[in-house]
Design a binder for this molecule. Structure first.
Ligand code: NAP
Length: 282
């Protein structure tokens, strides 16, 4: 008797060629014994909805969504999780038995799981998030649910940070939540500094003062690989002993999507180790 065909999954983005998601999900599938394939799918700007329906019609069971389609995926999903609604963006899509499209956002929980792995404490601590784009929006609910004493959102365009602080004010129950421009950052140090800007990917640096961190702060860049170097080098030069790039978050958000689709949560530690090993060898 021939083996049943594997279930199909994929990640849609543009560009997508360098995505690590196919490798991550292949490692999850191998570890958990799940019979599936996971492909990188190049989305066409302006045709996202049509392409998503075509992929599901052709047999895909679930899709991850990355830049620049997360907001379009949010608009397309008929049923949203609470965290996706708060984030205003969707990175995980699947259909139920009635073919209704569901959308979730696993970025925030992925970030918090990686923070746990690193021992990054949030309750009662001072947290600074640099950036006010889609990624920051996804982090705010899970971070505020951990009740930091203070959370400052700082962005190049201050009005975007202020808008986010207003949108999430109802969740800041035990937290002093505020917003500012990158040029007027507070002088006293933070326990956790998160770079959620895309600045590392451009030539322009953030020009941050060394007073933002102390030796026991954790400096975390959502970007992984060489794009994180500038921010993490700044943090180390400023005396911060613990730094991390966003590879752990990438693996954790993928694990959460895998669990939604397959009902089994993979062990992320060996997958993260394997990816670091492959990256170092490259
Ligand atoms: P986005 O919505 O495009 O927002 C970009 C943010 O970066 C904005 O706040 C923007 O400020 C700021 N920015 C861009 N260039 C800058 C510069 N030269 N100097 C200062 N600020 C600058 O992007 P996003 O979706 O939030 O993603 C942000 C980063 O997180 C990306 O690099 C993405 O790859 C990464 N990310 C990683 C993961 C992971 O799993 N590791 C998940 C999600 C996102 P303005 O508002 O002033 O333009």
């Amino acid at each position: 008797m021939s083996e049943p065909r594997p279930d199909r999954y994929g990640v849609v983005g543009n560009p997508i060629r360098h995505s690590l998601s196919p490798r991550i999900h292949a490692l999850f599938a191998e570890q958990t014994g799940q019979h599936l394939t996971y492909e990188a799918l190049l989305g066409t700007p302006g045709q996202f909805a049509e392409e998503v329906w075509a992929w599901f019609s052709s047999g895909f069971r679930g899709l991850n969504v990355t830049v620049p389609f997360k907001e379009e995926a949010f608009a397309l999903a008929r049923v949203l999780t609470d965290r996706a609604r708060r984030a205003g963006a969707v990175n995980t899509l699947w259909r139920d038995d009635e073919r209704q499209l569901h959308g979730d956002n696993t970025d925030g929980i992925g970030f918090c799981r990686d923070l746990d792995r690193l021992g990054g404490e949030v309750p009662g601590r001072r947290v600074l998030i640099l950036g006010a784009g889609g990624a920051t929006r996804g982090l705010l609910q899970p971070l505020l649910e951990r009740h930091p004493a203070q959370l400052v959102i700082a962005n190049r365009t201050a009005s975007r940070a202020e808008g986010l602080a207003e949108d999430f004010a109802d969740l800041a129950i035990e937290t002093e939540l505020s917003a500012c421009g990158l040029d007027v950052l507070p002088a006293s140090p933070f326990d956790l500094v998160v770079n959620a800007t895309a600045a590392g990917l451009s030539d322009a640096g953030l020009n941050l003062p060394a007073t933002l961190v102390h030796p026991d702060s954790l400096a975390y860049d959502l970007v992984y690989g060489p794009g994180a170097a500038r921010f993490l080098d700044w943090a180390r030069a400023a005396g911060c002993q613990q730094t991390a790039d966003g590879l752990g978050m990438l693996v954790e958000q993928a694990a959460e999507a895998f669990a939604i689709w397959r009902g089994i949560h993979p062990d992320t530690a060996p997958v993260l180790r394997q990816l670091r090993h492959e990256n170092d060898a490259a």
